[in-house]
Design a protein around this ligand. Structure first.
Ligand SMILES: [Zn+2]
Length: 721
């Protein structure tokens, strides 16, 4: 989350409600003095100077692949030179010459990073991919060179010690505190020997994390289930059977069938395979990944990473890795996360047991005589779903035409709530022909921001949906926001309308919630701009915006048949809405199970970390203690293939439900206060959206809601009460 971290670290999508990713925004492309450089190069490389376009909108018309590497090289060199000048100056440290100077440093690097990492996600190519691999260690070393600079830390430290006598306003004081915390958390306060140990630990952990993810990928492929006869596949979709035969052929198994696995415990085929023995084999194979011996076994790797992380946390002065991670999140402490998870577990388990009883009845009704097992859950759930909710997704799509959804739905809700206005601009260059740009005007009529809409899937675009800040708002830099929403909607053939699924409609609203967080930002320092908030807070405003997708006045405005203009029949929408709580006991239980195991593993001291051969027993015991040990519902990820906890979400998998508590409680506030009303939008903007990370996140929530978050709204939404 800090400005020196270099590479954008995306959040991973897990809960159905959070089907997107928000890359950590990179800092701004502001006005400011250019470093000395040869004139020729300055003319040639568009990153060497300010963008000539409105609001610093990236010069996509001038940028070529060949510009990136020289811009990164010069950007890093300039940044280091600036930092060394700050650290080595004669003058005593003051807020301006040290903290503000750091905020102003690295602008060329920020400019190229913003475009490079945006395109690496949205519109990549071989050159970008190759450069990305090369840059990862270089940017990590760049970040270390700044965060472990002793002279610089001495200045920050001296200021921090006297922070109350510096006469700083609240935002400046927070910036100083943030800088101090970021440096300390990176190891700046350690002595030279300890820093050496830290570098060694970091290097070893990085190697192990990479090995873990490679093992996960290899193990998924290696564990694909081979089936001898087509008969066993009865129930599976014809297209999937054909694909399974083709995969077998490719693998040198002609006449057989290969079912590939996904990296979750549950597998899609389990919902339709009629053959119970095969269902059992698929699930057991899935659950055994990474812990069945052989070259891709991950148990030793996990155990070592856990131990090294615990040691590193100890070196940095924390009781555990979880304590280190959570201190910097809105949760704030291990105790707060444990309390929240413990609060959710009993109602979740109770609801899951009710669902299990329903499924057991379905089994009996179908004339079978066996006890529901994990490999039966999805299959009987689908039978029950078809029986209870009789509708076809295809009936909805004519009412969800993309332009209607965006202009008459997403934008309309923002106009009603916030009084802002949108005008499409065709004069700004785009990086791909389907991309659209809108200028956003504030309630006062003043220009507010640029909004980039990039909705279609392409082979060179990563999956999922996310928001990106191309230029972040900052009064210090005099910059206004340029933000983009990136989705993966299938592009229809030429001349056909783009008709969305209901999930895609909700995602469109969700991403625009992130966009508003960026566009309404009204802070001084770029480090606090827009979505630069803790990981367990960033999804909250976007999840809130989802509520307008089904708000009656908004829905009536956009959900009209693309040919006839007729409004969507109410009973059709009711069916969609009524499926939202279906099977939520299961979905919440498998998610919570994984979140609880993640916490349990990361709350240990080094000597408490289980040996490799004890890890799965530890997992089982953690679920048992939480009251979530149900044989029918394995955790969504078992430890040996839980990629999140080896990547950026260690001790962080709880985040999704944490933000959803805030979201559900806020949605309730809107409902209680006359919903889609201008004063509500203004209140949300003033107290929360405009503040970005400039104040403590939970203070912002209280300012908006008038009290602490209440969990009951979430329980109700998920049918857990
Ligand atoms: Zn999101």
């Amino acid at each position: 989350m800090n400005k020196y971290s270099g590479i954008a670290a995306g959040c991973l999508a897990l809960l159905a409600a959070c089907a997107d990713e928000v890359p950590a925004p990179v800092a701004d492309a502001p006005p400011g003095a250019e470093a000395e450089m040869p004139m020729e190069a300055a003319v040639e490389n568009p990153f060497f100077s300010e963008s000539p376009h409105y609001l610093g909108y990236p010069p996509f018309d001038l940028i070529e692949n060949a510009h990136f590497q020289p811009a990164f090289e010069r950007g890093m060199a300039e940044h280091i030179a600036e930092v060394e000048a700050i650290a080595g100056q004669e003058a005593d440290p003051d807020f301006e010459n040290t903290i503000v100077a750091l905020e102003l440093s690295g602008q060329l690097l920020n400019r190229v990073s913003a475009v490079f990492f945006a395109l690496s996600s949205a519109h990549t190519n071989d050159d970008i991919l190759a450069l990305q691999q090369q840059l990862a260690p270089e940017l990590a070393a760049h970040s270390d060179a700044i965060l472990l600079n002793r002279d610089l830390f001495a200045r920050i430290s001296a200021l921090h010690e006297n922070r109350d006598s510096l006469g700083l306003d609240a935002e400046s004081l927070r910036l100083l505190e943030r800088a101090y915390i970021d440096f300390v958390r990176a190891g700046a306060a350690l002595d030279a020997e300890q820093q050496e140990t830290l570098r060694d630990l970091n290097a070893r952990i990085a190697v192990l994390e990479t090995r873990f993810s490679q093992n996960v990928l290899n193990e998924v492929n290696d564990s694909a289930v081979v089936v001898d006869s087509g008969e066993e596949l009865t129930g599976l979709d014809e297209a999937l059977i054909t694909a399974a035969a083709a995969t077998a052929e490719e693998r040198g198994l002609p006449g057989q069938y290969v079912l590939p696995l996904l990296n979750t415990s549950g597998q899609p085929a389990l919902a339709s395979l009629q053959n119970r023995a095969l269902r059992q084999r698929v699930l057991e194979t899935s659950l055994a990944r990474g812990s069945r011996g052989g070259e891709y076994d991950n148990l030793e790797t996990v155990a070592e990473v856990l131990r090294l992380r615990a040691e590193r946390a100890g070196l940095l002065g924390y009781e555990s890795h979880a304590a280190y991670i959570l201190e910097d999140e809105t949760a704030g402490s291990v105790a707060a996360v444990n309390e929240r998870l413990a609060e959710l577990a009993p109602p979740t388990a109770a609801n899951a047991r009710r669902e299990a009883e329903d499924l057991q009845r379905m089994i009996a009704d179908s004339g079978e005589d066996f006890t529901l097992a994990a490999w039966d859950w999805a299959y009987y759930t689908e039978i029950l779903r078809a029986e209870r909710f009789d509708f076809d997704e295809a009936e909805l799509r004519p009412y969800f035409e993309l332009d209607n959804v965006l202009l008459r739905g997403v934008f309309y809700a923002a106009e009603r709530l916030h009084g802002i206005r949108f005008e499409e601009r065709s004069d700004l260059p785009v990086y791909q022909e389907d991309v659209r740009v809108f200028e956003v005007f504030d309630v006062t009529g003043e220009p507010l921001a640029l909004f980039i809409a990039d909705f279609y899937a392409r082979p060179n675009k990563r999956g999922g949906a996310w928001m990106n800040a191309y230029v972040s708002q900052s009064h210090l830099l005099g910059s206004r926001p340029v933000v983009g929403n990136h989705l993966n909607v299938t592009k229809p053939p030429e001349g056909e309308p783009t008709l969305l699924t209901f999930d895609e409609v909700v995602t469109t609203f969700h991403e625009f919630g992130h966009a508003l967080h960026g566009m309404f930002s009204d802070v001084r320092y770029p480090s606090f701009s827009g979505t630069r908030v803790p990981r367990d807070f960033v999804e909250f405003p976007s999840q809130v915006y989802e509520m307008w997708a089904v708000w009656p006045e908004v829905l009536e405005n956009y959900a009209v048949h693309y040919e006839t203009g007729e409004a969507m029949p109410a009973e059709l929408l009711d069916k969609v809405l009524s499926t939202q709580q279906f099977n939520q006991g299961f979905a919440t239980a498998e998610y919570l199970g994984a979140a609880i195991v993640d916490q349990a593993l990361h709350q240990l001291a080094p000597e408490e970390v289980p040996a490799a051969d004890q890890l799965l027993d530890f997992e089982a015991a953690a679920l048992e203690r939480a009251g979530l040990a149900m044989a029918e519902i394995p955790p969504r990820y078992r430890v040996p293939y839980f990629s999140h906890i080896m990547g950026g979400y260690s001790a962080g998998y709880y985040s999704y439900i944490w933000s959803e508590v805030l979201d559900a409680d806020s949605a309730q506030w809107f409902r209680e206060n006359n919903g889609l009303a201008r004063e509500n939008g203004t209140h949300f903007r003033r107290t929360l959206l405009s503040r970005g990370g400039a104040e403590d996140a939970m203070t912002l929530f209280r300012n908006f809601r008038g009290r602490d978050a209440d969990i009951n709204a979430l329980l109700e939404r998920r049918g857990l009460n």
